[in-house]
Design a protein around this ligand. Structure first.
Ligand SMILES: [Zn+2]
Ligand SMILES: [Zn+2]
Ligand SMILES: [Zn+2]
Length: 310
C-alpha cells in the first residue's frame, strides 16, 4: 500500500517537481488561492462598475474560491476545489512552495466554480496519473457517468476516493477530513462543508450554504472549535443583484452572518475568514462595507496569503 502510494505520489510529483527551496517554516500551512464566487471577478459579461474597474486596471480581480493545504514536511499539498482557474492556482502554489507536489483534490459539490478545473488533469493538458479526488457519493456518480469527467476516471488521470458524511478520512498521517452535509441547491450532487484537522488545529470550509438557519449545526456554537472558519460570503446584502430575484440564490448575507455571530468576542470573530464573494459584493473591494466587517474583528480572505495550520 505504502509502496503503491509512493509511486503514485512520485509520478504526480514529476509534474510539479521543482528544485528551488522555499523560505517558509515547516509543518502545515493554508494557502489561499481564490476568494471569489464560482464566476470569478470580473464576471463574464458584467458591464457594471464592479467589473469595469478590474478591466480598466483600477481594481484587482479574483479567482474562484480555492485553498491549498500545504504539508512542508512531506512536500505535498491538497487542493480544496478544482476551480476553473486551477492553472493559475497551481502556479501560485508552485511559486510559494516549489518543492511540493499535488497529493489530492477535495471537492465540495458540482457547481461550476468547484469542479470544472478537473478538466485540466486530462490528457489534453496535464495527463495526470491517478490523482486522488475525494468526493461524496452523488458527486462520484456524476463524475463517473458524465463526460468529460468520465474519461478522466476511465483513463486513470484521477482516482475517485469516496467520502461519507460524518466519516473521517485520513488524507495523511497528520491530516484528517470530515465532510459535513450542508443545505444547498443539490442539482447534480450533494453539498459538503469540510472539517479538516491537522496535528493541533482544525479548520472549517463552508464556501456554499443556503442559510445558517437550515443547517443542523449552529455556526455560532461550533465556531470556536476551529482555528479558521472560511464562510460563505457570496452576497453582502439583499440589494445586490438588480433584475434578478435574490430569493433564487439563497446564501446567508454577510450582514446576517455578522448579526448571528455578534455575541462572540472580537478574538472569536477573528476565526471567521469570509470567502466566495460575488463580483457585486462590496467587501471584495475597498469600501465602507469592507471596513465595517474588518472593524468588528472578522477577516476577509485575501488571495495568495499563507496561514499557519500547525
Ligand atoms: Zn460556489
Ligand atoms: Zn461585476
Ligand atoms: Zn454552489
Amino acid at each position: 500500500m505504502f509502496k503503491a502510494r509512493k509511486s503514485i505520489i512520485s509520478s504526480i510529483g514529476s509534474l510539479f517537481f521543482c528544485l528551488a527551496l522555499s523560505a517558509q517554516s515547516t509543518g502545515f500551512h493554508i494557502h489561499i488561492l481564490g476568494i471569489a464566487q464560482d464566476a470569478g471577478y470580473p464576471q463574464a459579461d458584467c458591464r457594471k462598475e464592479c467589473c469595469e474597474a478590474v478591466h480598466s486596471g483600477t481594481q484587482k480581480g479574483a479567482s474562484p474560491t480555492s485553498i491549498a493545504i500545504i504539508d512542508k514536511d512531506s512536500s505535498r499539498f491538497w487542493l480544496l476545489e478544482a476551480s476553473p482557474e486551477i492553472r493559475d492556482q497551481l502556479r501560485m502554489v508552485q511559486e510559494k512552495f516549489p518543492k511540493c507536489s499535488l497529493a489530492g483534490i477535495l471537492i465540495t459539490h458540482a457547481h461550476i466554480g468547484h469542479y470544472l478545473g478537473l478538466a485540466q488533469l486530462g490528457r489534453e493538458v496535464m495527463g495526470a496519473k491517478s490523482v486522488p479526488v475525494y468526493v461524496l457519493p452523488r458527486m462520484k456518480k456524476f463524475l463517473e457517468t458524465n463526460g468529460p469527467w468520465q474519461l478522466l476516471d476511465s483513463l486513470g488521470n484521477i482516482e475517485l476516493r469516496p467520502l461519507e458524511f460524518g466519516n473521517e478520512t485520513q488524507l495523511s498521517k497528520d491530516l484528517k477530513l470530515r465532510p459535513v452535509k450542508v443545505p444547498h441547491r443539490d442539482e447534480y450532487s450533494e453539498t459538503a462543508a469540510f472539517d479538516i484537522s491537522s496535528k493541533k488545529s482544525r479548520m472549517l470550509f463552508v464556501p456554499d450554504i443556503d442559510s445558517w438557519d437550515k443547517w443542523d449545526l449552529k455556526i455560532e456554537d461550533i465556531l470556536t472549535l476551529f482555528k479558521y472558519a472560511f464562510l460563505d460570503a457570496t452576497f453582502f446584502s439583499d440589494n445586490e443583484l438588480s433584475g434578478r430575484p435574490m430569493a433564487e440564490i439563497p446564501h446567508p448575507r454577510v450582514t446576517q452572518s455578522m448579526d448571528r455571530l455578534h455575541g462572540l468576542s472580537k478574538k472569536e470573530k477573528g476565526i471567521v475568514h469570509f470567502i466566495h464573494m460575488n463580483h457585486t459584493n462590496p467587501i471584495l473591494r475597498n469600501s465602507p462595507e469592507r471596513q465595517a466587517v474588518l472593524d468588528v474583528g472578522f477577516n476577509i480572505s485575501s488571495e495568495n496569503t499563507v496561514l499557519p495550520f500547525p
